[in-house]
Design a protein around this ligand. Structure first.
Ligand SMILES: NC(=O)C1=CN([C@@H]2O[C@H](COP(=O)(O)OP(=O)(O)OC[C@H]3O[C@@H](n4cnc5c(N)ncnc54)[C@H](O)[C@@H]3O)[C@@H](O)[C@H]2O)C=CC1
Ligand SMILES: O=C(O)C1=N[C@H](C(=O)O)C[C@H](O)C1
Length: 252
């Protein structure tokens, strides 16, 4: 029997961190060796001999955490959101100087959410209009969600590849924000409501019809199969991977 993969969790006291700690502890072939939260020294990750660190912290610190991990030769599985092309580019370039180290950044680890985003990319070219509505608990620190941004970016790329122009929109906003955020020409709307966990609706419209693709996470355990898959795969996946679809064999 091979040695278990030694895993550290960053953000271990948070909503996702506590769920991840429990999932790693219960997972065959994985060993939790460190659980860190704000104020803890990242050196304890390497002191504990961690091979993989899972980051569920906050957008303001996650990139720096990843750079420290890469410098230490620790693979990273990153669920924390707030990433953009520039920050991902910096990690990509850093990894060019750290051969053998892998980083997986995924805005959503829930299988259903990843499938919903894939379906949206597949359907987008067939519809004149496309908008995204994300719905979360009111304790979420960022908006729009990383999932909604990734979804909208995928829709926009599929539309562009199909030669579609801008979505129709003759509306003048009389109040800032009324039409939501603009992500590569796709409008994204954020709902914050007590009682929700994580939900997304993708709305695709043509004259006479609408296609709605909806995903609901009712419990944070929904993210854990994807997190554990990424932990198991990242050790043999050097470089930067953005999106769980790449580990599921789904079309990018
Ligand atoms: N990719 C995915 O599937 C999912 C991603 N998320 C994202 O994960 C992040 C965390 O979400 P939640 O767990 O709900 O937030 P949370 O606020 O419950 O947890 C964040 C934790 O990070 C800790 N923290 C802050 N600074 C830190 C540092 N420098 N080092 C270590 N820990 C630090 C906080 O003290 C807190 O315990 C958010 O960006 C959220 O959007 C959330 C759910 C699923
Ligand atoms: O903060 C959350 O809860 C979530 N954040 C991620 C995001 O911003 O996409 C993933 C999921 O939606 C839950």
């Amino acid at each position: 029997m091979s040695e278990p993969i030694r895993v550290a969790v960053l953000g271990a006291s948070g909503r996702m961190g506590t769920t991840t700690v429990r999932a790693v502890q219960e997972a065959d072939g994985l060993e939790l060796v460190a659980a860190l939260d704000a104020g803890d020294d990242l050196r304890s990750v390497t002191d504990a001999g961690a091979q993989v660190a899972v980051d569920f912290t906050v957008p303001s610190v996650t990139e720096q955490n990843v750079h420290v991990l890469v410098d230490a030769g620790v693979h990273a599985v990153v669920g924390t959101t707030g990433w953009d092309d520039a920050s991902l580019g910096r990690v990509h370039d850093h990894l060019l100087r750290a051969p053998g180290v892998g980083v997986v950044v995924a805005p959503n680890f829930a299988l259903g959410a990843v499938l919903a985003m894939s379906f949206a990319r597949q359907a987008a070219r067939w519809f004149e209009s496309a908008e995204v509505v994300e719905l979360h608990h009111p304790d979420k620190v960022d908006a729009p969600s990383g999932t909604a941004r990734h979804t909208a970016q995928g829709i926009a790329a599929a539309r562009a590849a199909a030669g579609l122009g801008a979505v129709p929109d003759a509306t003048t906003q009389t109040l800032d924000g009324a039409r939501g955020a603009d992500v590569d020409g796709v409008r994204v709307h954020a709902v914050r409501l007590r009682g929700l966990v994580a939900h997304e609706e993708i709305l695709l419209g043509n004259t006479g019809e609408m296609l709605t693709i909806r995903h609901d996470s009712f419990d944070r355990v929904s993210f854990m199969p994807g997190v554990l898959l990424a932990v198991r795969r990242v050790v043999d996946r050097p470089g930067l991977t953005v999106g769980l679809e790449h580990l599921l064999g789904l079309p990018a």
